[in-house]
Design a protein around this ligand. Structure first.
Ligand SMILES: Cc1cc2nc3c(=O)[nH]c(=O)nc-3n(C[C@H](O)[C@H](O)[C@H](O)COP(=O)(O)O)c2cc1C
Length: 454
């Protein structure tokens, strides 16, 4: 694979994202998550490190599955409190030029007409540097707060998500023609009414006549990120996603996932090679192997196992407080996040995991591999995943914030640049938009084979 590799910083506008307990680590600044200055610094550092995007996770609801109450989640800051990530983006865009911003939004608890407007606005304000990570949400407690009696089952959620994106695509792609805006001071005509169209969408979940309220933004449709791992989720990703996230911890699992999603993409009429696959990684870097190992040992010591169990209970929709920690994990089909379950069962059929082992492993970046070593060793592993396994990029997860990012940027990225895997600091980006960073120069719009344009 000749293309260079792609990097997202995977984070959350919260105290804890996916390394519960690490906020207590000396020097960790996670508790500054509500400061604008924290995020502008993160954006600058990630841009300096050649990252393509800062990718914000987001959840609705509270992690109250563990012990059947919210006590642990609240006490240990399990993804709560968390601010709305999309409101942080303009501040980060203001202090950067090239880096993109991916924001997670739920199709279960939003309305497409409203969301389309928010993303058009963000795409304008960032000069085309925005992506949407489309999720369907998994916590039961979200449903109650957002007007539903109970969480929709997964099939209904994905069904709604399909129609949701269909409405958004029509608003973003079809409502305003490219030359609809004239902005002619002489005639006083801003837009040509003949070139601004209704979409007249009447569906099972939504009725949206249109037209879209915003004029076309640089990318029109933001870059679509998705991470479905169930059967429905994989088909949804294959139809819609331009960047797809595999949550399998093993090479075989990732290869199986990519092959399957690519074949589903081909069935949907897309060029499967245009999809960009990412895996999560947790780099733990030191100048020497011993220093990296010592850091890893210290990080593990700070893992909050109970908070991790509360996080996983939400991911799996299963109260892990009821299980014996030394009990073996058995596969279940879940209406929450299937990928987390599969990571320890289907993806590793030859290894048995206990509940305690899963919690200790997941306490640092959940299911993602931990890459522990010198900058060269970490770069070797990334290069291996890229060149041998075939992933296009990585969601880099921090343990200590922002030190893990700074370590990666200052220690690993120079090594990746040496190897030609990350463009040099003085390289011109392939274009202004995030989509061009992912797909190449001139490709700021959705590809013609994407279902939204067919
Ligand atoms: C890298 C990655 C990031 C994700 N980020 C979020 C998120 O921020 N919010 C969320 O509600 N779900 C998130 N998910 C969950 C998935 O998008 C998906 O909704 C979930 O896996 C349930 O569907 P599935 O069983 O088809 O995978 C993420 C999953 C992965 C692998």
């Amino acid at each position: 694979m000749s293309d260079h590799l792609h990097l997202n910083l995977f984070t959350m506008a919260s105290v804890e994202h996916v390394s519960p307990g690490s906020w207590r680590y000396p020097g960790d600044r996670s508790a500054d998550y509500a400061d604008r200055e924290y995020w502008t610094e993160v954006a600058r550092t990630a841009e300096r490190g050649g990252f393509d995007a800062v990718f914000f996770a987001d959840v609705r609801g509270i992690y109250d599955v563990y012990g059947d109450d919210r006590e642990t989640a609240v006490e240990r800051a399990v993804q709560t409190p968390a601010n709305d990530p999309q409101l942080v983006v303009p501040a980060m865009a203001e202090v950067t030029d090239d880096i993109g911003f991916a924001v997670t939004r739920s199709t279960t608890y939003n309305h497409p007409y409203q969301l389309a407007r928010e993303f058009s606005t963000l795409d304008h304000l960032t000069d085309g540097r925005v992506a949407i990570n489309v999720v369907t949400s998994y916590l039961e407690s979200a449903a109650a707060n957002l007007g539903l009696d109970e969480r929709m089952d997964k099939e209904t959620r994905y069904d709604r998500a399909d129609e949701f994106l269909d409405v958004c695509y029509q608003l973003w792609e079809e409502s305003w023609e490219d030359d609809a805006v004239e902005a002619d001071r002489e005639t006083g005509r801003y837009s040509d009414p003949e070139k601004v169209h209704a979409i007249d969408h009447e569906g099972e979940h939504f009725s949206v006549p249109g037209p879209h309220g915003c004029e076309p933004s640089p990318q029109r449709t933001p870059v679509v990120y998705q991470a479905g791992s169930s059967d429905y989720g994989r088909s949804f990703a294959a139809r819609n996603a331009e960047a797809v996230f595999a949550s399998q911890p093993t090479e075989e699992g990732v290869v199986e996932y990519m092959t399957d999603v690519k074949s589903r993409a081909a069935d949907a009429g897309r060029d499967p090679e245009s999809l960009r696959f990412f895996i999560g990684v947790v780099p733990i870097v030191g100048e020497t192997r011993e220093l990296a190992e010592a850091k890893y040992a210290e990080y593990k010591r700070h893992v909050d196992v109970e908070a991790t169990l509360a996080l996983l209970s939400g991911f799996l929709d299963m109260d892990l407080s009821e299980l014996d920690p030394d009990q073996k994990v058995e596969h279940i089909e879940t209406d929450a996040i299937q990928g987390t379950m599969n990571a320890f069962t289907k993806a590793q059929p030859d290894r048995e995991w206990t509940v305690r082992e899963v919690a200790e492993f997941c306490g640092l970046g959940t299911t993602s591999p931990k890459l522990v070593g010198t900058p060269e060793q970490v770069a070797d592993e990334l290069q291996h995943w890229h060149e041998e396994v075939g992933v296009h990029g990585f969601n880099v997860k921090e343990v200590v914030r922002p030190d893990s990012l700074v370590d990666f940027v200052d220690l690993v990225v120079p090594e990746l640049r040496e190897r030609g895997l990350v463009p040099p600091t003085d390289a011109e980006p392939p274009g202004e938009t995030l989509r061009e960073r992912l797909l190449g120069e001139g490709q700021s719009r959705l590809r013609a084979d994407h279902p939204a344009r067919q």
